[in-house]
Ligand binder design. Structure first.
Ligand code: DC
Length: 203
């Protein structure tokens, strides 16, 4: 069975949590596409040229420690604005989306560019303040020093760059279901997403 769940939305809206839970529930493969851009961003911070880094990306690069740091997030957001970097990562993501057995991909352009034919499209969002609060908790948990105002500024700067870039800007696909998680806990957000996928599967 070929069945793709495309999950898009801004940073820290809960896409990854929802994506992993949906994949586990239905037994689908899951790809956090932000990790591809983070891996390229990390290589650029080490001195690599962005397009060459994207073209030569190997699976082990996604396992590198530190990909979740704010510095790498910033670098990821910058390389993600380069059209040739996005083009280099396209075939891998498309192949993953249409693999046998079902796939969930989360990112910014999955429903609009990578897999417009996805059977289910979710646009997961939340207020900038709610997202900054969650990201701060994650950073503190992971041992990074951070404060709310700087995390909020970082979230807003990334929102602006991700939404305003010329290539594949962040926006909901016309046929995406909007899921605002500002007032939802994880279980409620996951249940809402599972309900949409179940309806599309006819289960
Ligand atoms: O989801 P994330 O925070 O790990 O994403 C890191 C950066 O990568 C983010 O600033 C936007 C970019 N990105 C993108 O442009 N397209 C995707 N499909 C996924 C992430």
């Amino acid at each position: 069975m070929i069945f793709t769940v495309a999950i898009d939305g801004p940073a820290a809206a809960g896409k990854g949590t929802v994506g992993r839970a949906v994949a586990a529930h239905f037994g689908f493969a899951h790809l956090d596409t932000g990790l591809l851009y983070r891996a390229v961003g990390a290589l650029v911070r080490e001195g690599a040229e962005p397009v060459a880094a994207a073209r030569g990306l190997v699976p082990e690069a996604l396992e590198k420690p530190g990909l979740r740091s704010p510095e790498v997030a910033q670098a990821a957001s910058e390389v993600a604005a380069i059209g040739e970097v996005r083009a280099a990562l396209l075939d891998f993501q498309r192949g993953f989306a249409r693999r046998e057995g079902g796939a969930v991909l989360d990112g910014r352009d999955i429903g609009t560019v990578i897999c417009p034919e996805a059977e289910v499209k979710l646009f997961v969002t939340a207020s900038a303040e709610a997202r900054a609060g969650r990201r701060l908790a994650e950073l503190v948990e992971a041992g990074h020093a951070a404060n709310f105002d700087s995390v909020l500024a970082d979230v807003q700067a990334r929102d602006a760059r991700d939404s305003e870039r010329a290539t594949a800007p962040l926006r909901p696909a016309d046929d995406a279901h909007l899921l605002d998680t500002s007032e939802l806990d994880v279980a409620q957000a996951v249940a809402a997403a599972i309900a949409k996928v179940s309806a599309a599967l006819g289960r």
